[in-house]
Design a protein around this ligand. Structure first.
Ligand code: GAR
Length: 200
């Protein structure tokens, strides 16, 4: 069974959706550890559930030190793959290189549109008619790795941020567990930028 480190900086709704999909038997994986760079509801939720957590204040100790500590914890926990579920920091190239095609990220836009912070706000401000969700492998670039799954969402006329965000989240909560499922079943094959999804 694939052992996951899930890194989260925020509310943790993607973490919860992934945990639910694992609990239901839909995704053959295990959350070995939940890691955080700041105190956040996601971490509190994991602690309450008795899931092992890693926390260090990245802002104070710096990302290099944070990654070193996380790596030691991940090694002890026998982690095979990393899921970024609302993780709001950029992992170093050295860290990413340790897990080739083994780090997944969920992003609230149709990449390559609107990388970086506040993608939903960026999409609304830009006036796009269609946005969506991307799950991709993490490489050295910012929100740039090979795309695993995407789903489009039309932006409704006059739609506010909260409404769009809720619809984006609902899609994320399906897409991220599905991508983890495909990875854990060995059904993702990467050819350069292209990810082939193999028949199950
Ligand atoms: C999600 O919308 C996720 O796509 C986004 O943060 C949110 C976290 O929500 N991630 C990024 O923007 C990464 N660049 P959650 O904490 O409720 O899962």
């Amino acid at each position: 069974m694939m052992r996951l480190a899930v890194l989260a900086s925020g509310q943790g709704t993607n973490l919860m959706a992934l945990a639910a999909a694992i609990a239901s038997g839909e995704v053959p994986a295990e959350i070995a550890i939940v890691g955080g760079d700041r105190e956040a509801p996601a971490l509190a939720w994991a602690r309450e559930r008795g899931i092992a957590t890693f926390f260090a204040p990245a802002r104070e100790i710096g990302m290099a030190q944070w990654e070193r500590r996380l790596l030691a914890t991940m090694t002890d926990a026998g982690v095979d793959a990393v899921v970024l579920a609302g993780f709001m920091r950029v992992l170093s190239g050295a860290f990413v290189a340790l897990f080739p095609e083994r780090i997944l990220n969920v992003h609230p836009s149709l990449l390559p549109a609107f990388p970086g912070l506040d993608a939903i706000g960026q999409a609304l401000a830009h006036g796009v008619r269609v946005t969506g969700v991307t799950v991709h492998f993490v490489d050295q670039g910012l929100d740039e790795g090979p795309i695993i799954l995407q789903e489009a969402l039309p932006v409704r006329t006059g739609e506010g941020r909260d409404e769009l965000e809720a619809r984006v989240h609902a899609v994320e909560h399906r897409l991220l567990p599905e991508a983890v499922r495909l990875l854990s079943l060995g059904r993702l094959q990467v050819r350069g930028r292209i990810v082939d999804i193999m028949e199950g």
